[in-house]
Design a protein around this ligand. Structure first.
Ligand code: ADP
Ligand code: MG
Length: 349
């Protein structure tokens, strides 16, 4: 059973609003996440990343509606069972969220209660969800959690405003780890932080995952943050997955022109500075998606077919990666090597 995934998402679609004016924020997203694996999700702002998180964790609020799909969470351990997330009752979802899945949302930096000391915040979570723990045990666990995220125990006595942004984010991660979840979902957890702190936190997350073995979905608009953290990367555009590949392969050879554009939008973690070009144009109106590929109007490689037919996400190169792009369809002179302007970390890829 150890190769059973922790999470399976099939054809998940989410819209905001009903009828012809609905914005199709997530369309037919399918993926599965293995135990202790890190999946990076990248895409420009507005590509549906947060909506995907809300959809698969049942945090979606009106006018958001799930218009199709399945989300299965396979709870491991002695009491192994599968939770059908989209149809489970509220009580089961609450249990799942606390005991097995931790979610750190985009607004996390302001999520700490300003009038509560950090120690009290952590203690509350343990008191409510680990009722077998005594006070001293909770205190020891709180110290242990802070140590895990690289904070000294004296921070337990501090209020959130007495901490830097990076320290507050570490506290959020400590809270996410408090109940030893199997899956942690992080939606742009570091976006509000400076670049150096972001990278410190990402490398600490990597070490924590090595040590504790949780699976993680890490969402960012900055693809360069993922190369050292993620096992696999999914790239989203206009609510769809347009490319999925093992992280290093995605970096070595992006297959979707949008992925290439994203790579050229952010500086690499290490290495020479190059001029960042970004992607010309802007994402499409999700209430009125084009008939063909949604990226075609911005794509330097677009062909006639791209204007009229939307390519499905299809396996390429033996099936360990996939792309939704006509450049790689059978009958075309594929695989196309897209030009690269920077070399990621290590340089020797
Ligand atoms: P990302 O996290 O990738 O920046 P989001 O999931 O937040 O993207 O948003 C995807 C799209 O969904 C947005 O472009 C927006 O058009 C739409 N959207 C998000 N939230 C709402 C909402 N509350 N009401 C209507 N539309 C929304
Ligand atoms: Mg978002």
């Amino acid at each position: 059973m150890s190769d059973q995934p922790v999470l399976e998402v099939r054809d998940l679609s989410v819209a905001y609003g009903y009828g012809p004016d609905a914005a199709r924020a997530v369309s037919e997203v399918t993926f599965s996440l293995g135990r202790s694996k890190v999946l990076g999700v990248a895409g420009e702002s507005g590509s549906g990343k947060s909506t995907l998180v809300y959809g698969l964790t049942r945090l979606l609020r009106a006018p958001g509606v799930i218009t199709g799909g399945d989300v299965l969470f396979h709870v491991p351990g002695e009491n192994t069972h599968t939770v059908d997330v989209l149809s489970a009752g509220e009580e089961e979802i609450q249990r799942l969220r606390w005991a097995h899945v931790s979610i750190v949302l985009q607004s996390a930096l302001s999520a700490l209660n300003p009038v509560r000391r950090i120690g009290r915040e952590i203690d509350e979570v343990l008191r409510v969800h680990r009722s077998e723990m005594g006070k001293a045990e909770r205190r020891a666990r709180a110290e242990e959690l802070l140590a895990l995220v690289g904070l000294p125990a004296d921070r337990l006595k501090r209020f959130p405003h007495e901490l830097s942004g990076g320290q507050r984010q570490r506290v959020m991660i400590a809270l996410a780890l408090a109940l030893s979840p199997e899956l942690i979902v992080m939606d742009e957890p570091t976006t509000a932080l400076d670049v150096v702190t972001q990278r410190e936190i990402v490398s600490e997350l990597y070490e924590l995952r090595q040590k504790l073995g949780f699976a993680m979905i890490f969402i960012t608009h900055d693809l360069s943050l993922l190369v050292e953290l993620a096992d696999e990367i999914m790239v989203m555009y206009a609510g769809r997955i347009v490319e999925r590949a093992p992280a290093l392969e995605l970096y070595r050879a992006p297959r979707h022109p949008y992925t290439l554009g994203l790579m050229e939008s952010f500086p690499p973690l290490h290495g020479e500075r190059v001029e960042m070009t970004g992607i010309p144009g802007s994402p499409p109106d999700l209430r009125d998606l084009p008939a063909g590929c949604a990226f075609a109007p911005r794509c330097a490689y677009a062909m006639d077919k791209c204007q009229t037919e939307n390519p499905a996400l299809s396996a390429i190169e033996g099936g360990h990666r996939s792309v939704a792009c006509w450049l790689h369809a059978k009958g075309h002179s594929a695989p196309v090597e897209l030009s690269r302007r920077f070399v990621p970390a290590g340089g020797e890829l």
